[in-house]
Write a protein that binds this ligand. Structure first.
Ligand code: FPP
Length: 251
């Protein structure tokens, strides 16, 4: 096991007055979780969706400002049709439930990704959820759906080029902040902490622009087993890091 994982895992004390503003999670390991139990992969996704509910609710309780999750990537269409349709079904179920509880929960829901390729019913549900929750002030949950980081950057570059062609933008004065405003994540601060469960040590096209200065937390725990205590470990680990953003520490 790599050194940084064994070193960080035992810490669980979290300073809830000093949380990261934005946590992003790659919800990985659903398939392996199901396989270990002799269940179909779809059962793993169902358990993963349930865990997403638990963790998102908890993030709201502790006062986190932004939670972004990778639910379906531009590459996930390569999976068997029945698996894709099971994931779409779980998303639909989640959004319908979210709409019902919205007034009470006041969670702001946003979506990052090219929604136009999703089943129409799901697109409409995303739109409705986003619209209803637009002014809510609880945690903002960003669900990445048909999301690919490179695709997001290309799309932003295309939109920026069109604005330049129409005289609305000037390529010579393009700043990082201005380019960020063309991304799906426009207006959302960059993630402070990116968590990837399931033992994989890669980003898999998740928020490549936004993760430039993010801290990473990896664990072998599979996503459906990623409990509040696991989240505490990740947060505690984050709170022991020294973020320098390319500079030097003061004092
Ligand atoms: C990665 O695990 C997980 C996915 C590609 C799908 C994630 C979807 C959900 C958690 C359900 C719907 C989401 C919401 C927000 C309600 P994997 O299948 O790659 O696992 P493996 O690597 O073990 O095979």
């Amino acid at each position: 096991m790599p050194f940084f994982r064994t070193k960080e895992a035992p810490r669980t004390e979290v300073d809830f007055t000093n949380l990261p503003r934005h946590v992003a999670i790659i919800m990985d390991g659903n398939g392996r979780w199901a396989k270990k139990r002799g269940l179909p992969r779809t059962a793993g996704h169902a358990a993963g969706a349930e865990n997403f509910r638990t963790i998102a609710t908890y993030c709201k309780e502790i006062g986190l400002e932004y939670l972004t999750v990778y639910a379906f990537s531009t590459e996930n269409w390569k999976r068997p049709a029945e698996e894709v349709s099971a994931i779409m079904g779980l998303l639909k179920k989640y959004l319908l439930e979210a709409i019902e509880k919205m007034e009470r929960d006041r969670v702001k829901m946003c979506f990052f990704g090219d929604l136009s390729q999703l089943p129409e019913e799901l697109q409409l549900l995303c739109e409705r959820t986003r619209e209803i929750s637009r002014h809510y002030d609880g945690v903002q949950v960003n669900i990445c759906l048909n999301y690919g980081g490179r695709d997001e950057i290309l799309r932003a570059a295309r939109r920026f080029a069109l604005d330049c062609a129409e005289g609305k933008a000037d390529p010579n004065h393009l700043t990082e902040a201005q380019f960020s405003s063309y991304l799906y994540s426009a207006g959302v601060p960059d993630p402070d902490l990116i968590i990837r469960p399931s033992g994989e040590l890669r980003l898999s096209n998740f928020l490549p622009w936004q993760s430039a200065y993010a801290e990473f937390y990896f664990t072998d725990v599979l996503w459906p087993d990623f409990s509040k205590e696991e989240l505490h470990r990740a947060l505690a680990s984050y709170q022991h890091r020294q973020r320098r953003f390319g500079g030097v520490l003061n004092g």
